[in-house]
Ligand binder design. Structure first.
Ligand code: C2E
Ligand code: MG
Ligand code: MG
Length: 699
């Protein structure tokens, strides 16, 4: 009991009623509410044990002092205001207030009022305060919980047996079930049957052991449709650790899933035809090889290239070409069995993977050839598109495999080589990969390794072939690549350029040519005889398509200190038209810097003139195949005349390639050809010989 001498106190509202101090003391000592009384000067005269516990100070520390001594100033000021109000109004009132204590804020429900002495005179004030902090917190938590429960996440609370007790609105939205449909039942009713029983056994085991499970599953909506959900379940336990409830939160991830499925689909499929792409085919091929090595059965890989497709594309436009490809794909798909894989490798190349062709090689080959024939026949049927009828044959290369020591990469090369041979046979060709080709394949593999080594060993050189104007003066040269093969001597690009392009080696090789040519130009600029010469460099598609191509050219010029106006890049028609937009963009940039552009081998690419007119060019080079039959062959005469008229009409210089005879030269001169290149004037020679050659040749 508080050691103080209590004044005689009077209950509020009943002036004059005397209450024994001992009675008050007993109550004050035992109630859980804080009881405090102050005299008219605001000094504490009663401070019961509950008040001491609440404030954290003993009666000795507090009695006889004022609120200003006990509370921080701002709080004390607020409490004094209440006292003034009581002294003025003499009324009892209750208020909910928050006081900061040493252990943090406490919410109090307080009753405050006046105290009177025996004469009925106002003698002080009292406060009875109940600490409701915990109740308040619980209320708040309930409110938060209710808000959470009504969040976007679907929520479900079950009892310890898994019987649903409550679900929220989002749950209904996701599952289609209203609370009355599911409360009192087991969430098993949501199951789609797509997860095996072991899935649930595992889930419950984890819940028991760790009290938590998280994962993704497919459930069935009330309307029967399936949806993907991410489920998060936690066990709620009592103090003894017994499970009271399970709380599950559910988010519908069906859209997320279908978006990622779409991305996955795109990664492995060709967007135009929706067929598997090269990666997926390679994957399946790898599986097939494994399966076949177990079963001992043969399979076949077919590579198929549409004949004349480039013509369709060039003459009727890419959009039309795309529709032909889609139809071709559909036809082939219908020809094949469901378990065969038909893939598109881009462009007009398709691949087919067939398995289960039996254990006898000859039979397997016959079956595979049969499939190839059916595919070709399907494609040969005329296509009906926009009132046009066109037909499209195919060249097909085939290779068989039986899973024994075969590799995906090797098989692809075999099929590729076979297709290459098929194309050489003319439209509609069909060719099996044979052992004889194996020799060639090995030679190609060896050549590839040699090429790589040659680049490192600096076995490449540039030769230069002069270009002459109508008066026979040498005005420039074309740089032509040669390989000084340690065993085979000097090799022309015909022996290795194609392979370098296929393997990507053309990129470092082409870069080397570019740098070398720029250095040569810079050196020529320093010599009287060569100062005015320009130099043409051949560029291959893969090199040109590189995003940095323009920068690379400019860097090479810059590094060598060469004049861009003396450099001429030679591109081919097929390169230019493969991606017209990119080509035009890059050529414009290059020409803006002074670099010249020539269209090489003109006339061999069957491109439409409409496209060519869009290319920013300086020169066109008439291909040797049109120069050769001049002047006797009337068709060539017509073509050359047309090219000259077209070129001059577009303000371009026209170069004749492969001029070998005086008659050719004479005839071309008479038609107004601007530049001549050919053995008649000069052969491609090494740099030193080029310098020694006469600067003018009057043929
Ligand atoms: P191209 O650009 O059309 O080069 C002209 C080809 O015709 C050269 O063959 C040249 O030696 C040959 N030629 C020139 N005049 C005559 C002639 O009067 N009669 C005969 N029979 N042939 C003549 P080469 O050097 O074998 O080059 C062949 C092709 O290789 C070139 O054709 C070009 O497309 C490519 N090439 C050459 N060097 C490079 C290079 O550095 N990079 C790239 N990407 N390709 C190159
Ligand atoms: Mg060329
Ligand atoms: Mg050429």
């Amino acid at each position: 009991m508080a050691p103080f001498d209590p004044p005689a106190l009077t209950l509020p509202g009943s002036p004059g009623a005397v209450v024994g101090a001992s009675l008050l003391e007993q109550i004050a000592a035992n109630v859980s509410d804080a009881m405090v009384a102050k005299d008219l000067q605001g000094r504490f005269v009663l401070f019961n044990p509950a008040a001491q516990r609440l404030i954290g100070q003993s009666a000795e520390q507090v009695l006889g002092r004022t609120e200003r001594d006990v509370f921080p100033p701002e709080q004390a000021c607020r409490l004094e205001c209440d006292d003034q109000r009581i002294r003025r109004d003499r009324e009892v009132f209750s208020v909910e207030e928050t006081l900061n204590m040493s252990d943090g804020p406490h919410v109090l429900l307080t009753v405050k009022g006046p105290l009177y002495d025996e004469q009925g005179e106002l003698s002080g004030t009292f406060v009875v305060a109940r600490d409701i902090t915990r109740r308040k917190r619980a209320e708040n938590e309930l409110r938060i919980a209710a808000a959470v429960f009504d969040s976007q996440l679907g929520m479900m609370v079950t009892d310890a047996q898994g019987v649903v007790q409550r679900v929220n609105r989002a749950f209904t939205r996701i599952t289609g079930y209203e609370p009355q449909d599911i409360v009192g039942r087991n969430p098993r009713m949501l199951r789609s049957g797509l997860q095996p029983p072991a899935f649930y056994t595992d889930m419950w085991r984890q819940l028991r052991e760790r009290g938590h499970w998280q994962g993704e599953l497919v459930n069935r909506h009330r309307d029967g449709s399936l949806y993907h959900e991410r489920l998060d379940v936690s066990a709620i336990r009592d103090e003894q650790g017994a499970v009271l409830h399970y709380v599950g939160s559910i988010s519908d991830i069906t859209r997320e899933k279908s978006a990622s499925a779409r991305i996955e689909h795109l990664r492995y499929h060709d967007p135009l035809t929706e067929l598997p792409n090269r990666s997926l085919l390679q994957d399946r091929l790898a599986h097939a090889l494994q399966a076949d090595s177990r079963s001992g059965e043969f399979g076949a890989l077919l590579l198929l290239d549409l004949d004349n497709f480039k013509n369709v594309n060039d003459s009727l436009g890419h959009a039309f070409g795309d529709r032909v490809l889609v139809q071709a794909a559909q036809r082939m798909r219908r020809t094949l069995r469901a378990e065969d894989t038909l893939a598109r490798f881009g462009g007009d190349t398709f691949a087919v993977l067939v398995e289960g062709l039996g254990r006898v090689p000859a039979q397997a080959a016959t079956l595979a050839a049969g499939i190839a024939t059916k595919l070709r026949q399907a494609l040969e049927q005329p296509f009906q598109l926009e009132a046009r009828t066109l037909s499209c044959g195919a060249s097909i290369g085939l290779t068989l495999f039986d899973g024994d020591s075969e590799q995906v990469d090797l098989l692809m090369r075999e099929a590729d080589l076979a297709m290459y041979r098929a194309k050489e046979q003319g439209p509609g060709g069909l060719c099996f990969f044979e052992q004889a080709m194996q020799v060639e394949l090995e030679a190609r593999n060896a050549l590839e390794a040699d090429l790589r080594a040659a680049l490192a060993a600096r076995e490449f050189v540039l030769h230069y072939q002069g270009q002459f104007d109508a008066r026979g003066r040498r005005i420039g040269a074309e740089a032509l690549l040669r390989w000084m093969h340690p065993g085979q001597g000097l090799l022309g690009p015909g022996c290795f350029i194609h392979l370098a392009e296929q393997t990507g080696l053309i990129e470092p090789l082409g870069q080397w040519v570019l740098e070398q040519a720029c250095q040569r130009l810079a050196a020529w600029a320093r010599e009287e005889v060569t100062r005015d010469l320009s130099l043409a460099v051949n560029v291959s598609a893969r090199q040109f398509r590189h995003a940095d191509f323009v920068q690379r050219v400019l860097q090479a010029l810059d590094a060598a200190g060469a004049d861009p106006r003396r450099l001429q890049l030679e591109i081919t028609e097929s390169l230019a038209l493969e991606n017209l937009q990119d080509t035009v963009f890059k050529l414009r940039e290059l020409r803006a810097c002074g670099v010249g552009v020539a269209l090489d081998d003109f006339g061999t690419g069957n491109s439409s003139l409409a496209y060519l007119a869009q290319l920013p060019l300086d020169q066109i080079k008439i291909d040797k195949s049109f120069v050769d039959p001049l002047p006797a062959d009337p068709t060539s005469v017509l073509i050359v005349q047309a090219v000259l008229a077209l070129g001059h009409g577009m303000g371009l210089q026209v170069v004749a390639e492969g001029v070998e005879t005086a008659a050719q030269h004479e005839y071309l001169s008479s038609l107004g050809c601007d530049v001549f290149q050919g053995y008649l004037f000069a052969r491609p020679v090494a740099q030193c010989e080029f310098l020694a050659a006469p600067a003018a040749r009057l043929a």
